[in-house]
Design a protein around this ligand. Structure first.
Ligand code: NAD
Length: 384
C-alpha cells in the first residue's frame, strides 16, 4: 500500500452489518485504487471472545476486543464503526467522539430524537468526521434517480410513494429480545418497522424529494405478547409491527409510506415511485440495477415506461465495476459508502448523511409514531 494513508478501523458488532462493512472495507482498495486512503481492519469488538476471534480470523482483523470502551481508547484506531443494536449507538458514538475518533454509525442514528441530539452535539463539539449508513442512497439506480430529479427531468413533483415490506415476524411463537431478535424488543430497537425499515425509506425520500413537513400515521402491533428471551416470560410487545403514514413534503408534494413485517410473501420489498409533471420514476430493491422511467415528452407513438439497466460506465459508480450490462448487488452499496467516506476525508467535506442529517430522519420517525399514538397530524420539525 505504498503512498497510501491508512484509516484504521475499530468495528463494534460482527453481525449482519459487521459483515457488510468488513466486506466493503476490504473491497474498496481493489475497486477504487485512486483513493488516497485505505481502510485497515485494525480491531473488531464483541462480547464473546471466542466468536469475535473467529470473526477476526475470517475477515482479517489484526486484533480483537471484548469491551468497546477499551476499543475507543486505543491509539492505533482512527475510526469507530458502530454495528450494534440501536440501543448501543448513542453511548458508543458519544464516547468515541469524545475520544477524538471518527464515527461511522449504523442506522437509525438512535431510538429517539432526544437520544440522537447528544450524539450530534458530541461529534460537532469534538469536530470529528461522522456518517450514518443509509446505504440505499448509493445503489447506482437510486443515485441516478437523484441525478434525474436534480436535473429537473421530472419537473414539479406531485407524489412520492414508498414501501418496505417483510414477512418474518408473523409467527406468535417468535420470542422478543436477544440475538437476532432484538428488533422485536422495543428497549433495544426503539420502535418496530418505523425505525428499522421506514427510516431507510424516509432518508431516501428526503434526499430525493426534500424535507417532510408533517405526517399522519397509523401503526399496529398484531401480536400483543411474546416470550422475552431475557426473562423467559411472556411480555407485552411494544414495537410497531406495521406502519402506514401519509405526509406533505416542503415542495408541496404528497407522500405515502407503508411498512410491515406481516406481508406474507415479501422478504424485503423496498420500492419507491415518484410522479412529476413531465416524468415518473420507480425503483425496486428486488431488481436493484434497474430504474424505470416514463417521460411524457417522448413521441406519443413510442411513449411508455423504459426499464433502464443502470450498469453503464457513465451511470453512477458503474465505471468502478465490470463492463456495461453486468449487474452489481446489495453489498456494493456499502463499498460505495466507504469510498465516498474516504473521498470526503481527502476533500475535507462532510460525508452525507452526517449525524445531523440522519437526525432529520429521526424527527420524521418520531412524528410518525407520535401521530399514530395521538391519532392526529404532527409537524416533524424538519424545516428544509
Ligand atoms: N444499513 C442497513 O441496511 C442495515 C441493515 C441491517 C441492520 N442495520 C442496522 O445495523 C445495526 C446492527 O444490526 P445487525 O442486523 O447487524 O444486528 P445483528 O444482531 O446481526 O448484530 C449485532 C451485533 O452487535 C453485537 N453487540 C451487541 N451488543 C454489543 C455490545 N455491548 N458490545 C459489542 N458488541 C455488541 C452483537 O454481538 C452482534 O455481533 C442496527 O442498528 C440495525 O438497525 C442496518
Amino acid at each position: 500500500m505504498n503512498n497510501k494513508k491508512e484509516l484504521r478501523i475499530g468495528l463494534v458488532g460482527y453481525g449482519f452489518m459487521g459483515r457488510t462493512h468488513s466486506n466493503a472495507y476490504l473491497r474498496v482498495p481493489n475497486f477504487f485504487p485512486e483513493l488516497e486512503y485505505v481502510p485497515v481492519l485494525k480491531a473488531v469488538c464483541a462480547r464473546n471472545e471466542e466468536r469475535v476471534k473467529a470473526f477476526a480470523d475470517q475477515w482479517g482483523y489484526e486484533s480483537v476486543e471484548t469491551d468497546w470502551k477499551a476499543l475507543i481508547t486505543r491509539k492505533d484506531i482512527d475510526a469507530i464503526d458502530i454495528c450494534t443494536p440501536n440501543n448501543m449507538h448513542a453511548e458508543i458514538a458519544i464516547a468515541a467522539a469524545q475520544a477524538g475518533k471518527i464515527v461511522l454509525c449504523e442506522k437509525p442514528l438512535a431510538r429517539t430524537v432526544a437520544e440522537a441530539q447528544p450524539m450530534v452535539d458530541a461529534v460537532e463539539k469534538a469536530g470529528v468526521r461522522n456518517t450514518v449508513w443509509y446505504n440505499y442512497r448509493r445503489v447506482p439506480a437510486v443515485t441516478l434517480a437523484k441525478q434525474l430529479i436534480d436535473a429537473g427531468k421530472l419537473g414539479k413533483i406531485f407524489h412520492y410513494r414508498a414501501n418496505f415490506l417483510q414477512d418474518w415476524t408473523i409467527s406468535p411463537e417468535l420470542p422478543q429480545g436477544g440475538e437476532g431478535l432484538w428488533r422485536l424488543d422495543n428497549d433495544a430497537a426503539g420502535s418496530g418497522v418505523t425505525g428499522d425499515l421506514l427510516a431507510h425509506c424516509i432518508d431516501t425520500a428526503m434526499w430525493l424529494n426534500g424535507g417532510i413537513k408533517d405526517v399522519s400515521a397509523v401503526t399496529e402491533t398484531f401480536i400483543k405478547e411474546r416470550v422475552h428471551t431475557g426473562t423467559g416470560k411472556k411480555q407485552k410487545v411494544d414495537i410497531d409491527d406495521a406502519c402506514i403514514f401519509h405526509c406533505h413534503f416542503s415542495n408541496g408534494s404528497l407522500g405515502v409510506f407503508e411498512s410491515t413485517r406481516y406481508a406474507r410473501g415479501h422478504k424485503a420489498l423496498n420500492t419507491f415511485e415518484i410522479n412529476g409533471e413531465h416524468a415518473s420514476i420507480r425503483w425496486d430493491l428486488h431488481d436493484l440495477n434497474r430504474l424505470e422511467y416514463f417521460d411524457h415528452r417522448d413521441e406519443s407513438i413510442v411513449r411508455g415506461w423504459r426499464s433502464i439497466h443502470v450498469t453503464d460506465a457513465d451511470q453512477p459508480f458503474m465505471d468502478k465495476w465490470w463492463v456495461p450490462g453486468l449487474s452489481i448487488g446489495y453489498e456494493h452499496t456499502f463499498v460505495h459508502q466507504v469510498a465516498d467516506f474516504l473521498i470526503s476525508i481527502e476533500d475535507n467535506t462532510p460525508c452525507s448523511p452526517t449525524f445531523k442529517e440522519a437526525q432529520e430522519t429521526q424527527k420524521v420517525c418520531e412524528a410518525v409514531l407520535d401521530s399514530a399514538k395521538t391519532r392526529s397530524w404532527k409537524d416533524t420539525g424538519v424545516t428544509w
